[in-house]
Design a protein around this ligand. Structure first.
Ligand SMILES: Cc1cc2nc3c(=O)[nH]c(=O)nc-3n(C[C@H](O)[C@H](O)[C@H](O)COP(=O)(O)O)c2cc1C
Length: 305
């Protein structure tokens, strides 16, 4: 109950400056130094709606946020690179038919024999030193090589729309227990409708029969161009042949709406994604031509590998 007889202030402790500190929201009178305050104190004492204070706080927040994002990007990069390498290995295993759920990727991948291939000659260039760069099949970066001016050349006639072509690429051999060749896995890439599609083509030991084609990176439209990932479409590639006359003839493999030649060289284009299909046709025909892997495939067909 309030004491009705008490006058206001009566019987209450008298306020002293210590008990009643200056209002934080009120700036100190001009020219007056706030007790114990430096720049920070004066800044904190500035009203919250002060424009300069708002800008400084916003800039500070931006700086801190950008530092956090940069630190996260830098610290996560090794993990991202490791995952990208793992994803590529899974794709190489898948295109060669060696991947099932639960497969130990690192262990299964050891079955492959990687080589750096000189495209022009179809010869392996492992351990060679080109323009001061050691061609190590375990570390060679195909994508970086395609942009490296000393390891690549510009393309005038460029059906795969890749701009430059690396002179060297990494290929993966799979051997049978007796050491004979089982399959070769070759990197292929080229432009679809919206994006560059990166993938691998596995070819059987005859150097002419396709075992599989699979893309591990692209940005085509889900449900349309991205149907290149549909297992049913990928299955169409198995057993198709690159060239006529068991490899000795002309390059015949074609992705189209209607078969221009025999069924053995024909893959049905994706419906509703003719442009992506045309991109796949272009890139496959480019990489399997004399400017791509044909010199190497000739050696495979000759049993030299
Ligand atoms: C939003 C949108 C996304 C599309 N994405 C693709 C695509 O990824 N690949 C493709 O070939 N066509 C794509 N198309 C369709 C093409 O524009 C074109 O119509 C189609 O390639 C023709 O194929 P069709 O002759 O089999 O119908 C897209 C169309 C739209 C409107």
């Amino acid at each position: 109950m309030p004491d009705k007889d008490k006058q206001p202030g009566q019987g209450e402790a008298e306020f002293t400056p210590e008990m009643n500190p200056p209002d934080r929201d009120l700036p100190a009178p001009e020219g007056e130094l706030v007790q114990g305050g430096g720049f920070l104190r004066r800044f904190l004492d500035t009203p919250a709606d002060n424009t300069v204070k708002t800008v400084i706080v916003a800039l500070g927040l931006c700086l801190v946020a950008s530092m956090v994002v940069s630190a996260a990007a830098v610290s996560l990069r090794p993990l991202q690179e490791k995952n990208a390498a793992l994803d590529k290995q899974v794709n190489i295993l898948q295109v060669a038919g060696l991947y099932e759920d639960g497969t130990d990727v690192a262990e299964a991948f050891e079955q492959f024999e990687p080589h750096v291939l000189k495209l022009e000659t179809g010869e392996f260039a492992d351990g060679e030193n080109v323009e001061g760069q050691l061609l190590d099949p375990l570390t060679f970066d195909d994508r970086a090589a395609a942009e490296d001016l000393t390891l690549s050349a510009p393309l005038d006639d460029d059906p795969a729309s890749i701009g430059r072509q690396a002179n060297y690429v990494t290929v993966y051999l799979l051997r049978n227990a007796d050491g004979s060749l089982d399959k070769v896995v070759l990197p292929v890439y080229g432009y679809g409708l919206w994006s560059t599609l990166y993938g691998f083509m596995a070819i059987e030991e005859d150097g002419n029969t396709i075992y599989g084609l699979q893309f591990y990176e692209h940005a085509e439209t889900p449900g349309l161009g991205a149907e290149v990932d549909n297992p049913r479409w990928k299955a169409l590639w198995r057993g198709k042949e690159l060239r006529t006359e068991d490899g000795a003839g002309e390059l015949a493999i074609t992705v189209a709406k209607t078969p221009p030649q025999g069924q053995e060289y024909f893959v049905d284009a994706l419906s509703g994604a003719t442009l992506t299909s045309r991109g796949v046709d272009n890139l496959v025909r480019f990489w399997m031509s004399e400017r791509g892997f044909e010199p190497f495939l000739e050696r495979v067909r000759a049993g030299d590998i």
